[in-house]
Design a binder for this molecule. Structure first.
Ligand code: FAD
Length: 467
């Protein structure tokens, strides 16, 4: 009888765990082993509980419209724990020099879909508003440089002008990638925004996507754009861990992937010198990790993987008594235009965004810092966050506690031309046979994108394994 196909999955973050889960649950004849460097599973998904507060240090949710994460959550029996953002607070503020101003209603990823709220908004000057309205008559592709891809910032600016880029779209679109809209690839980060220009005006394109309200019908809050879990993102990791009993090995870093010996296609060598024979190797996690592990096998492939740029993120959580704040936190948070030069680039009002994140009468907020503060000490960051809280939410007392979370090179920043680079990487992987990558560097950066890629890799492995 032929032996089961040996699969080694490198990395026990969401991509690695979802790959292993899809293989195990898929019933194919495979022997799966997940190798994880640290003692903790989950990678970027880190949930911390402190004094009755719940802190998701990295991702706090996934995009609700992308179904793969939700489907996985349900398959793991966590369907009842799914939560939405708090309906009454589904709004976002924008920081100005003097305080916070609500975003105009009807934005689709920062692109205005409604003219009246835009005209009433103090965020743009009359000239800035006129420039946005010019979009209604500009032809498709207006001002576009030749080429398949373009930068997110170039797209928004040529359609809507610089003010709309700086104050409406840029802080959100760049912030989600800890990156700069000046060189993020539109096609690889926000293809849904590129598609808005299909018939010319992106304002009209965005309007076509917004839910229609019958004349006279009461206004309902927008749908929750994100989904999360009552017990935090860590509960997804815990459920995967339970489902993968006996499959995962922790505290076993992989050192390199080599050509196999004794009939195995690959040898996955761990940092303790152990050799794991594999017919299929799935490299998850950041592309710079895959680059380092594959360098001995294929230097050109490693160079391509290493060329994917990464951004780092640092955030501080602050916990307060509601009574110590100067305002009600009636939004999911706020964005900060870069040209204000502030130390903080965005704030999430965690306990107003999600239910169950703070005890009654208390709030939890999180500040994301500008790149120049990445190397600052925890003490400096907490001081900056407290200043920020005094400015944005009128904090009048010391926080009950502060908590700093750092993510070094955790966010890929797909640059213009990313799709062509990934096609080349996939071509080289295919030429080797049995080598796979899955994760936020390749085909969508979010958790649901990682789960989708994991399931695709598992399906391709199952297709060659015996049923
Ligand atoms: C601050 C931040 C906020 C984010 N917010 C969101 C959000 O709200 N929504 C969303 O959808 N996405 C968000 N993301 C993106 C999301 O976190 C990623 O898409 C996803 O977690 C990537 O998972 P992964 O398993 O591919 O990689 P990782 O989470 O990086 O996991 C890689 C794993 O590999 C392990 N490893 C490293 N080296 C080795 C080795 N040599 N051998 C074996 N194992 C190794 C690591 O310890 C880790 O466990 C955010 C990212 C960051 C950084």
């Amino acid at each position: 009888m032929a032996a089961a196909r040996r699969v080694v999955v490198i990395g026990g973050g969401i991509s690695g765990l979802a790959t292993a889960h899809a293989l195990v649950a898929g019933g194919a004849d495979v022997a799966v082993e997940v190798l994880e460097a640290s003692a903790r599973l989950g990678g970027n998904l880190r949930t911390v509980r402190r004094d009755g507060f719940l802190l998701d240090e990295g991702p706090d949710s996934w995009v609700a419209q992308k179904p793969h994460a939700t489907q996985l959550v349900k398959a793991l029996g966590l369907g009842d724990a799914l939560i939405e953002t708090i309906a009454d607070n589904r709004r976002v503020y924008v920081a100005t020099r003097t305080g916070l101003v609500a975003q105009p209603a009807g934005l689709f990823l920062g692109i205005p879909s409604r003219v009246r709220p835009l005209l009433r908004s103090p965020l743009l000057t009359p000239l800035g508003k006129a420039r946005v309205l010019l979009d209604l008559v500009l032809p498709r592709g207006y001002g576009r440089a030749p080429g398949e891809d373009e930068a997110v910032g170039d797209f928004v600016q040529r359609r809507l002008g610089k003010e709309a880029l700086d104050r409406l779209a840029g802080p959100l679109l760049g912030g989600l990638f800890s990156g700069d809209v000046a060189d993020l690839s539109l096609m690889s980060t926000y293809p849904q925004i590129a598609a808005l220009e299909k018939n010319g005006s992106v304002v009209r394109g965005a309007r076509a996507l917004m839910p229609k309200r019958a004349p006279g019908a009461p206004s309902t809050p927008p749908k929750s754009p994100f989904a999360s879990l009552r017990d935090g993102m860590g509960s997804l990791v815990d459920a995967l861990e339970r489902a993968l009993d006996g499959v995962v090995r922790r505290e076993l870093a992989v050192a390199r992937v080599e050509a196999g010996r004794d009939g195995a296609k690959y040898a996955v060598v761990d940092a303790k010198g152990g050799v794991h024979a594999a017919d299929e190797v799935v490299l998850t996690g950041p592309a710079h990790l895959a680059a380092a592990l594959l360098r001995g096998l294929d230097a050109a492939l490693a160079d391509d993987l290493a060329s994917i740029r990464y951004g780092s993120a640092v955030a501080a959580f602050l916990a307060y008594r509601e009574a110590d704040l100067g305002r009600r936190l009636d939004a999911t948070g706020y964005l900060v235009p870069r040209d204000l030069g502030r130390d903080v680039v965005a704030g999430t009002w965690v306990s107003s965004k999600w239910p169950g994140r703070a005890p009654a009468g208390h709030v939890l907020v999180r500040c994301f810092f500008a790149e120049r503060n990445l190397e600052a000490t925890d003490a400096t960051l907490v001081e900056l966050a407290e200043k920020e809280a005094a400015f944005t939410i009128g904090a009048r007392a010391e926080p009950l506690f502060a908590h700093v979370a750092r993510f070094h090179r955790g966010s890929p920043q797909p640059r213009v031309g990313h799709a062509a680079l990934i096609a080349r990487i996939r071509g080289r992987l295919a030429a080797h046979g049995g080598l796979h990558v899955a994760g936020s560097a390749y085909d969508g950066v979010g958790i649901s994108d990682c789960v989708r890629q994991a399931e695709q890799v598992a399906a391709s492995i199952r297709a060659v394994a015996r049923p």
